[in-house]
Ligand binder design. Structure first.
Ligand SMILES: [Zn+2]
Length: 426
């Protein structure tokens, strides 16, 4: 008997029929475990990453554990990237009601991610520093993966069968028409740099500021139409698990999603991350900070990596994801091929659409909690469901939850409403 055969006998794979049987009988399928690795090459030193595999929903209760992986690609300095790395997770968690069950927690997570991103942005901008950062923020709880992102870092999912899917949306003006329209509608201008007597060069940027991205955290000196509201996607993997590749644009400018996934299949996560970086470097050279985090979500009863999938199935992938919509319209294509269950996807930049309509009310009457920053404020000072028409007569009444004065101002600024300079009729 060979070594491999011995290994296989010690840890037999659970037949699919058994797994399906368990699900039908309502038996709990064992939680997966994670293996992860990271690799990076610095050019400007503005890429940061976060690996926190030991978070807990309920303090000191290991059965409520979840993991967080994130990449922050800074620009015009590194302070926004560092600030987001240090504060974003806490800001997200503080927006989830205490004492939630696991299902409630996962359901509250997309909205909490929006609140946490916006809060982090407001706090950083109050520091008066001008740098900005992309964020790709991944929360893994059992088989459920939730990804929130602003900017052009990317997270892809490689599942068994060779289906590679994009869990993020690129917020690049050059490639995202919906975002160009939003920026223009909010009072920004989109165009290229003008040099040498009027000839246009480089990618599309928005003005004032000249940023190529349409969403980020920070960027105090750029128009408020560059918003921190993330695209959020939540999926539940099948019991076969999968691999996440999270990386900054140093990777994606050199490699397609398929190329990145293929370049490291069958290798353990630590080695995979190194290989993806090496592959990007080989094809493009070191032109930018290049950071990659690889996370394998592995079924507990299958201690070996899934075999390299056949090529034919990879072809299918490009077909499935070739025409993906840009800003998070709901799609069931992934679930249609039985790879994962799509739980949630939303990419709107409008807070009213992202925060829901319920109002978290404090027990004391008249005191409301801001849905973004979680600060308590008397209702008279903030923005509630009823104060919309009074507050801004020209626009639609606010239908979202209570916002404090600061977050209300932020919301209006992002949507291009200038409260301080009322329109004068001529
Ligand atoms: Zn607030």
């Amino acid at each position: 008997m060979s070594q491999t055969e011995v290994a296989r006998m010690k840890s037999p794979l659970v037949p699919l029929a058994t797994l399906i049987g368990r699900e039908i009988r309502g038996e709990k399928v064992q939680e997966p475990y994670l293996k992860y690795g990271q690799a990076a090459l610095a050019k400007k030193g503005e890429d940061y990453f976060l690996i926190k595999p030991d978070c807990q929903r309920i303090h000191a209760n290991p059965s409520t554990s979840f993991s967080v992986f994130a990449i922050f690609d800074g620009h015009n300095g590194n302070s926004a990237a560092i600030y987001a790395k240090e504060t974003l997770l806490d800001n997200v968690l503080s927006a989830i009601p205490q004492g939630s069950s696991r299902d409630e927690w996962l359901q509250a997570l997309p909205r909490a991610l929006v609140a946490g991103f916006v809060k982090t942005d407001i706090e950083f901008q109050q520091k008066g520093e001008t740098s900005g950062t992309t964020v790709t923020f991944v929360v893994i709880d059992g088989w459920t993966v939730t990804v929130a992102s602003v900017g052009d870092s990317r997270c892809i999912l490689d599942t068994q069968g060779g289906v590679v899917s994009l869990l993020t949306v690129d917020h690049r003006l050059e490639e995202n028409e919906e975002e160009r329209e939003r920026v223009t509608a909010s009072g920004g201008e989109v165009g290229r740099l003008n040099v040498f007597g009027g000839s246009e060069v480089g990618p599309l940027r928005c003005w004032p500021g000249g940023l190529c991205l349409s969403r980020s955290i920070g960027d105090t000196d750029v128009g408020e139409f560059i918003v921190p509201v993330p695209h959020v996607k939540q999926v539940k993997l099948s019991n076969a698990g999968g691999r996440l590749i999270i990386a900054s644009d140093g990777i994606w400018d050199a490699l397609s999603s398929d190329m990145a996934a293929k370049s490291c299949r069958g290798l353990p996560a630590e080695l995979a991350a190194k290989l993806v970086v090496k592959e990007a470097l080989r094809s493009r050279g070191l032109k930018d900070d290049t950071t990659c985090v690889v996370v394998d979500i592995i079924p507990s009863d299958r201690p070996v990596l899934p075999p390299t999938p056949r090529k034919k199935q990879s072809m299918l992938t490009s077909l499935i994801f070739g025409k993906k919509s840009q800003n998070g319209s709901k799609t069931n294509k992934l679930s249609a091929v039985g790879v994962v269950e799509e739980l949630f996807e939303e990419g709107s930049a409008m807070l009213a659409e992202r925060l829901g309509k319920d109002i978290p009310l404090d027990a004391n009457s008249g005191i409301f909690r801001c849905a973004v920053c979680q600060v308590d404020q008397p209702q008279s000072e903030g923005l509630s469901v009823n104060s919309g028409p009074f507050f801004s007569p020209s626009s639609k009444p606010w239908e979202g939850p209570f916002l404090c004065t600061t977050c209300r101002k932020k919301k209006d600024a992002m949507e291009g409403k200038r409260m301080s300079t009322p329109t004068v009729a001529l």
